[in-house]
Design a protein around this ligand. Structure first.
Ligand code: IMP
Length: 838
């Protein structure tokens, strides 16, 4: 069929409009015709047609925000792991079926077009994906909200596995245009670096500071519309891109060195070039420091610009603006707001400090010491000299307060100071964030307790009212409705679609959990999803897996604390058991791993090699057959995750207790009907509370037991001597059983466990982990009972919607209420209604 000669019947008005819009974008936006349009052009034309719909609602929404003058929230984050946007937008705008019909009528395969979309991978893992889920929830709940971040030209690297090892390739996601974004040439903010501070006394006798001789970089805004679910609200994610300033150009061009001038110009633009690919660890690089300030400064200027459109009295700022810091990465916004208020707006210190503290709130995401940001004082001296003065002043007043409340406690002063004085002097960004905010929250109940009683104990004693918990959540629009359409439909048939905006509705599944027809259909859906994943595995890894085996999945960043290695110890244990008893009756398993290691993280990369080495031996052993397969899926990403969660039977959440702040993969698996095997860590504990202790596999030391064991003196060698099965596994790894060509390759891994203290206590948890895995296998033999528990897991996920999380932030921290946007009929009138509360 000629796709451009479609002639739909006249009653199909809507379809005609969609087709018209699509064809116009092919022709006028892309300059293509039926002879030249590729499938990628079709994707872009479709995306532009959808964007037109988004923009109409976006303008309505933004006007409604201005007209209501409600308080707004700014969610500042160095990462937004958005993934693909096309299907999500179609679902949220409730036009998926219309578009499917229209585009299919032109002869296109709709699914193939979806697959053309480049993924926006502007994040490393949980923190960035949380920010993306929050944007979806805030839009769906009609909250006047903005996400602010950096428009990295290169997102998280693409991972390739070559000879079993991770190779990193650049993610040049913007190379072929990004149809979702709107560039805002007019929103350019100069961001200053370097220079010096001039201190003078003005005519009123007041000391004034001026930051001069700076090198300025322009921050240019790119907006991505974020649609809510069927509510006409479209919020903004504004990402900053670095451009060289004209002044900057002139200075160097005037020196007559053209090439050097252009080089300098290019250098300034590197600020937004690349996302740092480290998760839960800081890199401490100057460029990263500059990125953080670039984001903080441009955002603060934008916030104030919007505030000033309606208000003149800056003391009203906390009534109109809430700023949430996604970890300490954007915490330079605190001294930046202080600087603007003090130096540019002439606000006095006390007022400026009140305004700042009441405006900011800080979310902590990790207690791992290697992830707590500390920036050398000399970075500040050179790059942000005025901010250093302000931070020193904040610290001075703060320590006076501490001394007043805890007289004579000098050790406490040293512990709490924003400035770390040992060795190289450093600014402790977490301390700055706590002191400069009115709220500090952890991301799961256990994590928030650890913050109060361990990591930030001194601060909790001083400011108990600031500390609170906001357990993370996920958006069910993406992680169930969009990624698992078959299960969504089945659930919809039995309990309706209310769960899409009120996840507690899933409770209703409890009533049908044992209904044979429902259970049978549930099983059929899971099987279908497993078949799809099996096809993906066959295509990408050339491994045929058994869809009747347990799909046992651990997908997340590769990190020692997450203990992929403990999972590998179980894999090898199972392999040894089969080898010892080849005729034995084993419940078959497919072990699925996926995840990226930070490029500089040697141990994590070696663990990837080990997984692939074990896979090679196990998968090619004819005695094992299809009772066991090990699969490492390359390039874990949001899109790949969307394939894996719906197909999983077992979710591995096995971090050492007390190390994983929350986790959100655990929630995505359970929402899709996987059973969890996990430690009492992060949000696993709350998942257990919601689904019932009897419906989850819990093993291992608790946080207290981990601490006690460490304090008593943990000796991993005791376990090695005591446990023959474990000893055999470790000897195999160390002795080259899995690396015959390089027998010493994996010895460092065993060294870590036996000779370097096994910090994450894998050996202490080995026995209970294996016993728990045996329970898993036993239960899997009883498919009816397994299915019943899987349904109960999904039924118990109400709490883990990011809608619930956002409602808590809005109510407890931001003090923000929704602004509802009316439909198209009220367009042009700026109609809106501010209403309700959470
Ligand atoms: P921004 O807040 O400056 O980023 O503007 C975003 C959108 O908000 C604009 O495109 C307008 O649709 C809307 N807007 C901006 N200023 C006003 C105003 O003063 N009243 C009503 N709507 C406004």
């Amino acid at each position: 069929m000629n796709e451009y000669d479609a002639n739909p019947a006249p009653e199909l008005d809507n379809l005609i409009l969609i087709i018209k819009s699509f064809l116009e974008h092919i022709e006028y936006t892309l300059g293509k015709d039926k002879y030249t349009a590729t499938r990628y052009d079709a994707f872009n034309a479709l995306a532009y047609a959808v964007r037109d719909k988004l923009v109409e609602r976006w303008l309505d929404t933004q006007q409604a925000y201005y007209n209501s003058d409600n308080k707004r929230v700014y969610y500042i984050s160095m990462e937004f792991l958005i993934g693909r946007s096309l299907i999500n937008s179609l679902i949220n705008l409730d036009i998926l079926e219309d578009f499917r019909e229209a585009i299919t009528s032109l002869g296109y395969d709709f699914e193939e077009i979806f697959d053309e979309e480049q993924e926006a991978g502007l994040g490393n893992g949980g923190l960035g994906r949380l920010a993306a889920c929050f944007l979806d929830s805030m839009a769906t709940m009609s909250i006047p909200a903005y996400g602010y971040g950096i428009r990295y030209e290169y997102g998280i690297f693409r991972q390739k596995i070559v000879d079993g090892a991770q190779m990193e390739l650049p993610d040049n996601w913007l190379r072929y245009r990004n149809p979702w974004e709107l560039d805002r040439q007019e929103h350019l903010h100069p961001v200053k670096f370097y220079g010096r501070v001039l201190t003078t006394t003005n005519k009123f006798g007041k000391t004034v500071s001026e930051w001069v001789d700076t090198e300025d970089v322009m921050a240019m805004a790119y907006d991505t519309p974020i649609p809510g679910y069927k509510n006409n609200s479209v919020n903004t994610m504004r990402l900053w891109s670095a451009k060289s300033s004209r002044d900057f150009d002139l200075k160097f061009f005037n020196e007559g060195n053209y090439i050097r001038a252009v080089e300098k110009k290019m250098q300034t633009e590197t600020i937004s070039k690349v996302l740092y690919p480290a998760d839960n660890v800081i890199e401490g690089k100057e460029l990263r420091f500059k990125q953080e300030y670039f984001l903080a400064s441009a955002t603060i200027h934008d916030v104030l610009y919007r505030f000033k459109k309606k208000h003149t009295d800056l003391r009203l700022l906390p009534d109109k603006v809430a700023i949430q810091l996604n970890d300490t990465h954007p915490a330079l916004a605190i001294p930046e707001l202080m600087r603007v208020l003090l130096d540019l707006e002439n606000v006095d210190w006390d007022d400026a400090w009140q305004i700042t503290r009441k405006t900011f709130a800080y979310t902590n995401h990790t207690i791992l010491p290697e992830a707590l940001e500390q920036w050398p004082v000399w970075f500040f001296e050179q790059i942000l000299p005025r901010h250093l003065q302000i931070i020193f002043d904040i610290n001075k007043y703060f320590l006076e307060e501490v001394a007043k409340q805890f007289p004579g406690d000098n050790a406490r002063l040293a512990r709490m100071s924003i400035v770390e004085e040992h060795w190289e002097r450093k600014i402790r960004m977490a301390h700055l964030a706590i002191v400069g905010s009115h709220s500090v929250n952890g991301v799961a109940a256990l994590h928030s307790e650890i913050l109060k009683h361990q990591l930030f104990r001194d601060f909790y004693e001083m400011y108990p009212e600031r500390f609170n918990n906001k357990t993370n959540g996920i958006t069910q629009r993406r992680w169930l409705k969009m990624s698992n359409p078959s299960l969504s439909e089945l659930i919809g048939e039995y309990i309706g679609d209310g769960w899409v905006t009120d996840l507690y509705e899933l409770e209703k599944l409890r009533a049908v959990a044992t209904e044979p027809e429902f259970a049978a259909r549930w099983q059929a859906v899971k099987k279908l999803n497993k078949e799809k994943l099996a096809a993906y595995i066959l295509k990408h890894n050339c491994i045929q897996v058994n869809v009747d085996s347990i799909f046992d999945c651990q997908v997340k960043r590769i990190h020692e604390y997450k203990r992929q290695l403990l999972n590998v110890l179980h894999v090898i244990t199972m392999y040894n058991r089969i080898k010892e008893n080849p005729a034995g009756d084993f419940v078959p398993r497919t072990f699925i791993f996926s995840g990226k290691a930070a490029p500089a993280y040697v141990t994590a990369k070696l663990i990837i090699r080990l997984i692939n080495a074990v896979a090679t031996i196990v998968n090619n052993d004819p005695e094992v057959g299809d009772r066991m397969k090990v699969v490492f899926l390359a390039n874990y990403s949001v899109s790949l995750a969307e394939h894996i969660f719906p197909a999983a039977d077992l979710s591995e959440q096995i971090s050492t207790a007390g190390t994983e702040a929350s986790g959100t993969g655990n929630m995505k698996f359970a929402l899709n009907g996987s059973l969890t095997i996990g430690t009492l860590d992060g949000a696993n504990i709350e998942i257990m509370e919601e689904v019932g202790r009897e419906n989850i596999f819990i093993f291992g030391l608790t946080t207290d037991e981990v601490n006690n064991t460490r304090n008593k003196g943990y000796n991993p060698r005791d376990y090695y001597s005591k446990l023959p099965a474990l000893r055999r596994v470790l000897d195999q790894i160390a002795g080259g059983f899995f690396s015959p060509g390089a027998p010493d390759l994996f010895r460092p891994i065993v060294d870590l466990l036996l000779n370097q203290g096994d910090y994450y206590m894998l050996l202490a948890d080995y026995t209970s982990y294996i016993a728990c895995q045996d329970e898993v296998s036993k239960l899997y033999r009883d498919q009816n009972e397994w299915t019943r528990r899987a349904i109960l897991n999904t039924a118990g996920m109400g709490k883990f919607s990011s809608d619930r999380t956002i409602a808590e932030y809005a109510r407890d921290i931001w003090g923000i209420s929704p602004v509802c946007v009316k439909g198209a009929e009220s367009r042009q009138h700026g109609d809106s209604s501010a209403h309700g509360s959470f």
